[in-house]
Design a protein around this ligand. Structure first.
Ligand SMILES: [Zn+2]
Length: 241
């Protein structure tokens, strides 16, 4: 059976002499691994379909749970993401979230749309750290483990002073904090609250210092790494900035 799906190329792995396995994030099927035969041969017409962040209409042959690439029509190359090292690592954080933390063949159209909007904001010259912060806040919420910035995760009371408590999986108030909780600066909490529901198109109007963005991203890194595998490209991005 042949299927057509709009998809973003996340990661390619060499296979055999001339082939690759390409990991796509698709609108219709979520994350899928696709066998791209002969794609490494010189002059292979579909080489571009295995480029990282290629967004296109992929035509696949489906046999059970196996997909093989038939053809691809590029919609957007997102080439600009590979021209600047900071922008590139920001895009890599987004790809890594999808590679590491989503299930195969689980359709999530909202996440798909958010991903494209984030990549578009990066190519439009938005501050990379700000785009990544917006994406991580949205991603964790969509995936059901978003942080609540206004209420304590233990007692549910509204709180001004906020502490990150990894053991309890979220943000706690002064009364509920333990020796392991770490205080979050008011500016970090303010930045996250401001950005978490903001449309990507409006991020350009936001002016946050690099220091606050780095503190907020470090907090997100620790939070995600505690429950899942660490986001390696986020560490690289923070080193670069
Ligand atoms: Zn509390």
């Amino acid at each position: 059976m042949d299927v057509t799906t709009r998809a973003l190329m996340l990661k390619a792995t060499d296979y055999g002499e001339n082939d690759k396995f390409i990991l796509l994030y698709s609108l219709e099927y979520g994350k899928i691994s696709v066998h791209a035969k002969g794609i490494r041969k010189s002059g292979a017409k579909l080489k571009f379909a295995a480029d990282q962040f290629c967004f296109g209409q992929y035509e696949l042959a489906q046999n059970g749970d196996r997909f093989t690439l038939k053809t691809c029509q590029q919609i957007e190359s997102f080439y600009a993401l590979r021209q600047d090292i900071t922008v590139y690592y920001a895009a890599c954080v987004i790809a890594e979230c999808l590679v590491n933390y989503t299930e195969e063949e689980q359709q999530e159209s909202q996440l798909f749309i958010q991903t494209l909007k984030a990549l578009q904001a990066l190519t439009d010259g938005c501050e990379p750290l700000l785009v990544v912060l917006r994406y991580l806040l949205g991603f964790t919420k969509t995936e059901g483990f978003g942080l609540q910035f206004g209420n304590c995760v233990v007692c549910d009371r509204p709180t001004d002073k906020v502490y990150l408590d990894l053991q309890r999986g979220g943000l706690v108030c002064k009364e509920c904090r333990t020796a392991e909780s770490t205080a979050l600066g008011a500016q970090v909490v303010g930045a996250c609250t401001l950005v978490e529901n903001m449309p990507y198109s409006r991020l350009k109007n936001i002016n946050l210092t690099l220091e606050i963005l780095k503190d907020a991203l470090t907090m997100m890194y620790r939070y995600i790494a505690h429950s899942f595998s660490p986001l390696k490209s986020l560490i690289e991005l923070l080193k670069l900035s």
